[in-house]
Ligand binder design. Structure first.
Ligand code: FES
Length: 291
């Protein structure tokens, strides 16, 4: 497991090469991490610590990588204190640790016809999967959705690789006014139907995509985004139930057969630290002067 930064001096830390704000609370951050950039595969993720001193470890998916430049790109939504601190760092500053690539890569093969569904910032980690599915010869239909136009991410990147792109928004401000499950159902009803589908986004979206695909008899992979601490199978906080068995997202996943995942249990567990997280986010806003 390559570890791109094992020391607290700047020489070993990960420099922020570029930062772009994609929407009100979503940032695209590119950091130097040459070992990760050279070895990562679609579907893998990182664990990032912003501060070397007592920094919280947050899992972030890899949205893109440039092995020649030695950089990896993450898309970060400021949902908690650590992601707010990360998004507040300017270009040229350093992130204490970027650990990875973690997790199992996506199973990529020429299935023939594949549907890839991304919701919200789930569209960013979907991008390497779209690229990889296309590279091995699949016909790739992508569906990307968000609450509104301003919250759509990676539209141009996905468009450059997908054979078909369907955009949906909750309010109709871009593409169709629909949930992602609507076009998913239509694509699953085609003849021949898709041989594989992939859904990445909020748990509730993945739950309904999995149900839609399952009903149509189409296999569905989902990438789970649980709370994580160590990312190596030791702490147990990323525990989920899949097919009645306990699995750890960090080492057994992050991708699982969506038809087998107990999403209700996963969503209950993800709410465990909500009060503490709300408190820390509030304190962080005060410190950063954004409230
Ligand atoms: S993050 Fe600790 S076991 Fe997975």
């Amino acid at each position: 497991m390559p570890h791109s930064s094992i020391h607290s001096s700047n020489m070993f830390m990960n420099k922020i090469i570029a930062k772009k704000q994609l929407s009100a609370d979503v940032y695209e951050i590119t950091v130097e991490a040459p070992l990760i950039a050279a070895s990562r595969k679609a579907g893998q993720f990182l664990i990032v610590r912003v501060d070397a001193e007592a920094g919280e470890r947050v899992p972030l998916t890899i949205a893109d990588a440039d092995p020649i430049a030695g950089t990896v790109t993450m898309v970060v939504q400021t949902v908690g204190a650590t992601t707010m601190k990360l998004a507040a760092l300017p270009e040229g500053s350093y992130v204490a640790d970027v650990l990875g690539p973690l997790g199992n890569p996506t199973h990529i093969e020429n299935f023939g016809f594949v549907v890839c569904v991304g919701g919200g910032i789930g569209t960013a980690p979907l991008f390497p999967i779209v690229q990889a599915m296309k590279a091995v010869g699949n016909h790739v239909a992508a569906i990307i959705g968000a609450r509104s136009k301003e919250l759509l991410v990676f539209e141009d990147r996905i468009r450059a690789y997908a054979d078909e792109l369907i955009i949906v928004t909750d309010d109709g401000s871009a593409g169709r006014k629909a949930l992602v499950t609507e076009p998913l159902k239509e694509l699953c009803a085609r003849t021949p139907k898709p041989a594989m589908s992939v859904a990445i986004g909020p748990p509730i979206m993945m739950k309904f995509c999995a149900a839609t695909a399952k009903e149509a008899g189409v296999p569905v992979m989902v990438s789970l985004n649980t709370i994580m601490i160590d990312g190596t199978g030791m702490c147990g906080c990323c525990r989920v139930t899949v097919g009645g068995e306990t699995k750890f997202v960090c080492v057994d996943g992050p991708e699982f057969d969506g038809a087998q995942v107990d999403f209700d249990n996963m969503m209950r567990r993800m709410r465990t630290y909500k009060d503490r997280e709300d408190h820390d986010r509030h304190v962080c806003r005060i410190r950063l002067g954004t409230t």
